[in-house]
Ligand binder design. Sequence first.
Ligand code: AKB
Length: 316
Amino acid sequence: MSSKILIIGACGQIGTELTTKLRETYGTNNVIASDINTRNLDLVNSGPFEIIDAKNFNAIKDCCKNYNIDTIYLMAALLSATGEKYPMEAWDLNMNSLFHVLNLAKGGTIKRVYWPSSIAVFGPTTPRENTPQHTICEPTTVYGITKQVGERWCEYYHNKYGVDVRSLRYPGIISYKAMPGGGTTDYAVEIYHDAIIKGKYECFLSENTSLPMMFMDDAIKATIDLMEAPSENISIRSSYNLSALSFTPNDVFESIKAHMPSFKINYKPDFRQAIADSWPSSIDDRKAREDWNWKHSYDLDAMTEVMLKELHNKYK
Ligand code: AKB
């Protein structure tokens, strides 16, 4: 498929790496990166960049017209922890940006849309182990509510207007380039940075809190594989469960300690513990594996090796 792609929220943790991979795949000038601010601009300035506020319909529309965009990746969002501090801002950004993109796509010039959902759609009444694709979703965070409602709207726009929108329920994503911002799973990135910089880490979740996680390379691969899959293979138009690993803070501590025997950790759970306790500990992603052959590559120790090597080079 030859595409002209717009990434909204390109300067975030996932957006930066998605921009790089999409430019490698489709050509630098066919991928327009955009964000409201320029943090991490150095990671996306290898090609076209536009300042776009995801809440501004006309700014998105004008950019799509100027560049003949046919595919949008909407990566802008306020995540779970920040959303609890700024509930109305989270609702405003997460919902309005989605409506803007779905309404543009309904108009016909945008042929395909990617929008990330999250394990945050699940809540305390969801089965925690091997959480099924179709199950009880009673999220208790504002972020989770926006993702659950967003999923319903994606499916609605597909069924009612034929919009080709695709989505994944991301677990926590671990990477070494851009830092995550405002999530409950952020500890699993911070711990590697602090291991290299300080040799110790204070964890905001308790040691046995198990959550679904994934290395960035797998998350990018899943995203692009889903977007490239033939339309007839996509049986889920709300959002696919997606899984790779599940681990606790203690598991990741032990995995780092195998390389750095003097590494120390202490636990000081804060308000994010309640959010983590409301989420699944593992996910059944059979549907993604059946429909478009999803398969992850990294386990915890393989990921730890890459993270420590890359961060060592970064900070040395
Ligand atoms: C968060 O922790 O809020 C995100 C997510 C799981 O969607 N990383």
